[in-house]
Design a protein around this ligand. Structure first.
Ligand SMILES: [Mg+2]
Length: 435
């Protein structure tokens, strides 16, 4: 494998490798390694003081080392002399249990023991903003129903085509790009694949889109709710379980064409949604998407998303069954760490399979109009603190994801919540000054 990277550098004119990893908060960290040193780094790893990033570590502890995975190599299309590599983090001879890529690999290992492979596709929504992040970049993007608008889509052709061309060249099989529901909001789709492959691509996609947008004088954001009165950025995942090239979720004789295994998996998602929300919706801002207002046009894609329910081809529920071979988990948002999004879904689904969880009957109602009147509906957490506490208490998720990871995540996210609470907001002054 070491030889492959040296060879790739010579053949493709790569002068530097970005040896990259993703920390607990989804921040991408890297060292820029000259091609002449990549053989050593692949063998011995690049050291990082993990305490200086979003991990629960102390400066008294040994460095973690990043060993790049050569199969993830992407030559940056906007800087051809640089090759990007996803890395695994190691502490001594073992994978670092807090590292999101390790967490996903750990859960995938449990899946593989049962002979299952999860395949997944993600729908990444994002906004193009002005470089200072204060406004939607296209001031003329103001139609009351902006979704799929052709003219505003084509005003962003240069940046979208550059990113999509790269996905084509990399073999990701992109298949559509569109303007989404909010002003300034877009979505780009590529084909589903093995969950780790999808997570690595999701990580690189975020980096690529932001970089290419910067080149075009724009700022791309995946922030769930960058403005109070816009439709938020979701990150829906379409999932299925496979064995030997056969989709085990597909069963023509099953309800809506799905197998008993699919319904057990789905039951696991519903059972653990409150507990894994801290992973799929990991910021203070995330809960402004989950508990959204109704927009001036009377619509939101996420309304009903705080209810833990499922349905057929109906976009007002947490889980939608759009076809006969998969279902769509609509909880995740643009802030979700790509590895932890997949790990959370797989962990919950595996527990559902192991316990033969029963999701109950699907709800064929419009949750926007009728959801409030239904009795006994479980809801997602109202805020990040409730979500973090639910994750902390979940023995099932701790068993699947690993105690070390869950405890570290809970500790750092609780600290983040406390930082948020310590900040005095304008709303607070306005509502309390004259008390
Ligand atoms: Mg969308």
């Amino acid at each position: 494998m070491t030889q492959d990277l040296e060879l790739a550098a010579r053949e493709r004119g790569i002068k530097y490798f970005l040896v990259s990893f993703t920390d607990l908060f989804g921040v991408q960290r890297a060292k820029l390694v000259p091609a002449s040193a990549i053989a050593d780094v692949t063998r011995a790893g690049a050291p990082f003081g993990a305490f200086a990033t979003w991990f629960d570590m102390s400066p008294t502890e040994k460095d973690v080392v990043a060993r790049p995975d050569p199969s993830t190599l992407v030559q940056l299309p906007w800087k051809l002399e640089v090759g990007w590599l996803a890395s695994d983090l190691w502490r001594g001879d073992v994978l670092f249990d807090q590292a999101p890529r390790s967490v996903l690999r750990h859960v995938m290992g449990q899946s593989a023991e049962r002979g299952y492979e999860m395949k997944s596709g993600v729908e990444c929504e994002f906004f193009f903003l002005t470089p200072d992040g204060n406004a939607i970049a296209d001031a003329a993007d103001m139609q009351p129903r902006a979704c799929y608008d052709q003219h505003t889509l084509m005003r962003r052709y240069d940046v979208i085509a550059e990113v999509c061309d790269t996905m084509v060249a990399l073999g990701w099989k992109p298949y559509q790009n569109d303007h989404e529901d909010a002003h300034g909001q877009f979505e780009m789709n590529w084909a589903y694949d093995n969950a780790l492959v999808t997570a690595d691509r999701h990580v690189f996609f975020k980096y690529m889109l932001k970089s290419v947008a910067e080149k075009h004088g724009l700022r791309a954001t995946f922030m769930p709710k960058p403005f109070a009165h816009v439709v938020p950025n979701g990150c829906h995942a379409h999932v299925s379980m496979w064995r030997d090239g056969v989709n085990l979720f597909s069963d023509e004789s099953g309800e809506l064409g799905l197998s008993a295994l699919a319904y057990h998996f789905l039951g696991g998602i519903l059972a653990h949604a409150e507990s894994f929300a801290a992973l799929t919706n990991p910021t203070v801002n995330s809960y402004k998407r989950i508990n959204p207002p109704i927009f001036p046009n009377g619509w939101t894609w996420a309304q009903g998303a705080n209810a833990i329910t499922y349905s057929g081809d109906n976009r007002t529920h947490l889980i939608r069954i759009p076809g006969r071979d998969r279902f769509e988990v609509r909880i995740g948002d643009g802030a979700a760490n790509p590895y932890l999004l997949q790990a959370a879904i797989l962990a919950a689904g595996l527990d559902g399979i192991a316990t033969e969880a029963d999701p109950g009957k699907r709800l064929d109602v419009n949750m926007i109009e009728q959801g409030g009147a239904l009795a006994g509906i479980r809801r997602l957490p109202s805020n990040l603190l409730d979500a973090v506490r639910a994750l902390d208490k979940s023995q099932a998720l701790r068993a699947r994801l690993g105690d070390g990871f869950v405890s570290a995540f809970v500790k750092l996210k609780t600290m983040e919540w406390n930082t948020y609470c310590a900040a005095l907001s304008e709303w607070e002054r306005t509502t309390t000054l004259d008390c």
